[in-house]
Design a protein around this ligand. Structure first.
Ligand SMILES: Cc1cc2nc3c(=O)[nH]c(=O)nc-3n(C[C@H](O)[C@H](O)[C@H](O)COP(=O)(O)OP(=O)(O)OC[C@H]3O[C@@H](n4cnc5c(N)ncnc54)[C@H](O)[C@@H]3O)c2cc1C
Length: 438
């Protein structure tokens, strides 16, 4: 583990562990629900402002969708987030570098078509299709048209189809008819970094000093005179306000209920900022069968109408390949079971890299975010026509309940830096309320 220097403490935590412990031991003014990136960021900001809080987490670990584990493959595997995206504007780049983590630009992208590596002309045709798609989305975005990308984009041509699959299921976790052009246009672009040892582990290190009550599921938040009563499977507590970072998927499924039930516009906004489906199928090998290049991306398609697929191969030189599946295919493979998902990924990889891949295969694992009761999806994707509902989610409810999490950030949704911004924003909103009462 890297040892944070004094400078990195300032950059990364921006709040001393002592302040965190004091705020968590002080009379409770705010209950924070969920110890993912948003909840940890909210707690840090509350501590910095010397506001007493309790942070409750249903799982036995912090991090939420930021989660690295080494048990399944024998090497660190990010089951949730992997890349620091839009790296030029991503505060976690500075935070994690300051904590001593090594960040790596991803290796090259290679394209496999119909049983062979694609040539220069085909790679150029895909790049041109991606540029065309970007321009189509930008034109809709600039005109403020919140329409489905599928309405704007014809996928009859093979390269248009691959470009659409990358922008839709493989990045956003939804098919193009469920992808809002306005939402995509509003996201920052730019390069991305991988984090050695896993992004989830690095973020867990960043949040490790925050006092959290684990294995504590919040079942109900009731408005009472002077604030909220937060009921959990381990008892209840009262506070002036609650910051709720559970995903819209969890809230829509009733994983946490409100009394009185949420009114408009929040009730419909939770349904309209629905979760997308995106899963990973990771394969580990017990001998070198993946070649020598590190951290490169494979895009492939068998037949012009075939389903495009993608793998991250040998991240940081580990003998591992990770398939990413999104949208309809991810739900189908989830339904088929882990064994079938692993076989699907192994078949595709063996078709590209040869049958030695099969003999070297040691073990695999597949994620299940869509049926995880504490997430119910991978990340949010506003239904076309409802991008503005993200900002509605961030409006205080009855002056005492504040929703946070990636889904509540219109311009930074889906990503860890959006979760960070949302937690800080909710803590600032709460601070105004609490200060007014003191
Ligand atoms: C497969 C996958 C790949 C991804 N790839 C990337 C990527 O490469 N780059 C990137 O930036 N982002 C990526 N993301 C998205 C990123 O992980 C999320 O945007 C971010 O982690 C969300 O943080 P959050 O705090 O908003 O939500 P969460 O991490 O979901 O935190 C919410 C917390 O609330 C808890 N909770 C829920 N209900 C209750 C309850 N009733 N009581 C108590 N606790 C509760 C949950 O257990 C969870 O810990 C990916 C996500 C997935 C799933």
């Amino acid at each position: 583990m890297p040892h944070p220097s004094r400078r990195s403490m300032l950059a990364g935590l921006a709040v001393a562990p002592l302040l965190l412990r004091r705020a968590a031991a002080a009379p409770v003014e705010v209950v924070v629900v969920g110890a993912g990136v948003a909840g940890l960021a909210a707690a840090m900001e509350l501590a910095r402002r010397r506001i007493g809080f309790r942070l409750l987490e249903a799982r036995s670990r912090i991090g939420g969708r930021a989660w690295t584990e080494s048990r399944s493959l024998g090497v660190p595997f990010d089951r949730g987030c992997t890349w620091l995206e839009a790296a030029g504007h991503n505060p976690f780049v500075t935070i994690l570098r300051g904590r001593g983590h090594r960040l790596l630009r991803e290796g090259p992208e290679r394209l496999w078509l119909d049983g062979r590596w694609a040539g220069g002309a085909e790679r150029a045709a895909l790049a041109a299709a991606q540029d065309r798609l970007d321009r189509v989305i930008a034109a809709a975005g600039r005109a403020g048209r919140d329409v489905a990308v599928g309405v704007l984009w014809e996928t009859t041509d093979r390269f248009a189809r691959i470009a659409g699959a990358i922008a839709g299921p493989l990045e956003a976790g939804v098919e193009l008819d469920r992808l809002s052009a306005l939402e995509v246009w509003n996201q920052p672009g730019g390069g991305e970094f991988l984090v050695e040892g896993g992004l989830g582990a690095a973020l867990a290190g960043w949040g490790a000093a925050v006092p959290v009550e684990l294995d504590t599921a919040v079942t109900r938040i009731a408005s009472i005179r002077g604030g909220v009563r937060v009921e959990t499977d381990r008892g209840a507590l009262e506070a002036a306000a609650a910051i709720v970072t559970a995903s819209p998927g969890v809230l829509a499924a009733g994983g946490l209920r409100f009394e009185p039930p949420l009114a408009e516009p929040w009730a419909s906004a939770i349904r309209n900022v629905a979760m997308g489906g995106f899963e990973k199928i990771a394969l580990a090998f017990d001998r070198p069968v993946l070649g020598r290049a590190s951290s490169w991306t494979l895009y492939g398609q068998e037949g012009p109408a075939g389903e495009p697929f993608t793998f991250l191969v040998r991240p940081f030189g580990q003998e591992v390949a990770i398939a990413f599946v999104g949208g309809a295919l991810s739900a189908e493979l989830l339904g088929a079971g882990e064994g079938a998902a692993i076989a699907w990924a192994l078949d595709r990889l063996a078709a590209v890299l040869g049958t030695t891949v099969r003999s070297g295969f040691a073990r695999g694992t597949a994620t299940r975010w869509q049926i995880d009761p504490w997430t119910r999806g991978a990340y949010s994707a506003a239904i076309p026509g409802h991008w503005a509902d993200r900002a509605r989610l961030a409006e205080p409810i009855d002056g005492r309940i504040f929703l946070a999490g990636e889904a509540t950030e219109p311009e930074l949704c889906t990503v860890v830096q959006g979760a960070l911004a949302s937690g800080r924003r909710a803590a600032r909103q709460v601070a105004r309320l609490v200060r007014g009462r003191r």
